[in-house]
Design a protein around this ligand. Structure first.
Ligand SMILES: [Ca+2]
Ligand SMILES: [Ca+2]
Length: 207
């Protein structure tokens, strides 16, 4: 007997007097069984719905992108890629990070997590790997005219994408000094000492 029919039968019986007296034992058993069955079915459906809801919730949570570390990328006033302090205003030069001195207000540029395994734990934009990948420098030492890698790969047009000897402060030549790569500072011109292999620093370059 369907549950609705049981209810209607009970109501009919109720309108005629007592539900108990008007329903036979069989009818009562059937109605009672029907009710229990409906409760069971409802419970099973609710259980299934809860499981489905849990699966959907898990799927949504797992589908969300993992929280990425807070970006500290910034650009310094002299146009270097830098490290942003917690104040979200101070932009440090790469070489100020893990240099042993606290340059951010909260010392976030010197955390043991970041500085314990250099350069692996540094943000990649602070690091430049030389032609010999075992050697690295801070990225602000790239294209600065100085031979920081030791093989001038940090001053090259190929690996470092530098513009060779740009700016009037440089004189292009083959330097005698290991410190320079493709040019010398113009301040060394006409100083009475040879700095270029062709002496152009003394006979051609003007300050
Ligand atoms: Ca520092
Ligand atoms: Ca350099």
């Amino acid at each position: 007997m369907a549950y609705a029919a049981c209810q209607r039968r009970s109501l009919d019986a109720g309108s005629m007097g007592s539900t108990v007296t008007m329903l036979s034992r069989e009818e009562k058993d059937l109605c009672c069984g029907c009710t229990r069955k409906c409760i069971c079915v409802t419970a099973v459906i609710l259980g299934i719905l809860m499981v489905l809801a849990a699966i959907i919730a898990c799927t949504v949570v797992l589908a969300l992108p993992a929280k990425t570390p807070e970006s500290r990328y910034c650009v310094t006033s002299n146009n270097y890629t830098g490290f942003l302090c917690d104040d979200r205003r101070t932009c440090l030069l790469p070489s100020q990070v893990c240099n042993g001195g606290s340059d951010c207000g909260n010392g976030e540029d010197e955390t043991s997590t970041m500085c314990s395994n250099l350069p692996k734990n540094l943000p990649g934009y602070l690091v430049f790997y030389c032609a010999n990948p075992q050697i690295w420098i801070y990225s602000n030492y790239k294209c600065n005219g100085i031979n920081n890698c030791g093989d001038c790969s940090d001053e090259s047009t190929t690996l470092a994408s530098c513009t060779i000897c740009s700016g009037s402060q440089w004189w292009p030549c083959t330097p005698l000094l290991y410190e320079y790569c493709y040019c010398i500072p113009r301040t060394l011109c006409q100083n009475g000492a040879q700095d270029c292999s062709d002496w152009s620093d003394e006979y051609q370059c003007t300050k």
